[in-house]
Write a protein that binds this ligand. Sequence first.
Ligand code: ZN
Length: 392
Amino acid sequence: MPVCGLSRSAEAMVSPAVDPLMADPAEPIRCRYCHGESGEVVLDLGQQPGCEQFPRPDDDGPDPRYPLRMWCCTGCGLAQLAEDPGLPETVLSVEPQAMRDQAERVLDRLAAEGWLHPGASAIEFGSPHGGSWLPRVLRRGLVAADGRADLVLDTYGMLHEPDQSEAMLRRAARLAPGGLLVFQLFSLGSVLRLGQWDELRHGHHGYWSLPALDEALARYGLGVHRAWNYPLAGGTLVVLANHNPKPDRETRMTIEAEYSAGVLDFATLRKLQERADADAARLRAWLTGRARTRRRVIGYGAASRAVPLLCHAGVDVSLLRAIADASPGKQGRRMPGTQIPVIPPEYLRSGQPADVLLLLPQLLDEVRRSVPEVEDRGGRWIRVDDVLAGRA
Ligand SMILES: [Zn+2]
């Protein structure tokens, strides 16, 4: 049985590790944007630990678990976190170079299209992940604003706002007439297209699609002016909104493409559940097969993203002995919700040879270079996406 099976199980509901202060899942859910109560849970990952709460070794657990469900509102189409335990967002890793490059790329484009006037005012609604764009626009000659601003930046900010209605109001209120509101977000359209059900996490409250965001902005006399697609993290959207939107053909097509992909269709959104269950079953079956053949497997990449997958699959230390990770802040701790220890990558250079399950597939080239001993000693690097796609 999965460690954190679907929360429909009565057993999970009475788990002593569940915070009693959490809202009763039987209570109606109220939309974080339009306050409507009509909607549907489209993804239920059961009882999950905080994916950034890596316990210290002297903490035997059990780790507190909380329901993790995505609910979609019939009224405004916002996919959102159904309930949230209010865990602090702790960032143990540094901002990746790819994020810094992305910021400059977007700002270059904004400048080229005449949106960054020297002397114009700017403010930012940031995110706990950091990655502020404000110092970058100030270096380009804009000035920080106290009141309304010509440029209002939001880089993953909305995602972290429990009260989406109040958050949108605050952004709209700070926008000067003729100004530009810029969102960088990972759109629900990308989540669907990539099947990235593990985007759902505590602390991430609103998962906007482009059509829903366009509708929501209309409440404040705003609309989507441009939507720019970037390949970062598989599909990052930069949305430019203003009072006189006039979207161009490419932007209208991007909005239409999200409609067609089913971002407002519950049956399509529920496919995220099928994908989550299938991924969990595949990973578990693969690791169980390895254990049967006595093939030693170590993980690599103690990413918060790996937590819901391991947990939904019920993978613990019997199937995955350890996970190596380069960040000193995680080493010596254990993966949330499991007894799997996080070890320094140096451990892969000695000890018994093992295959390494790469939980962050984009690191393959880097880790093959930095830890050649894995392959020198007869082990293999195996990408988790290959396992989930049945290619490993
Ligand atoms: Zn709503």
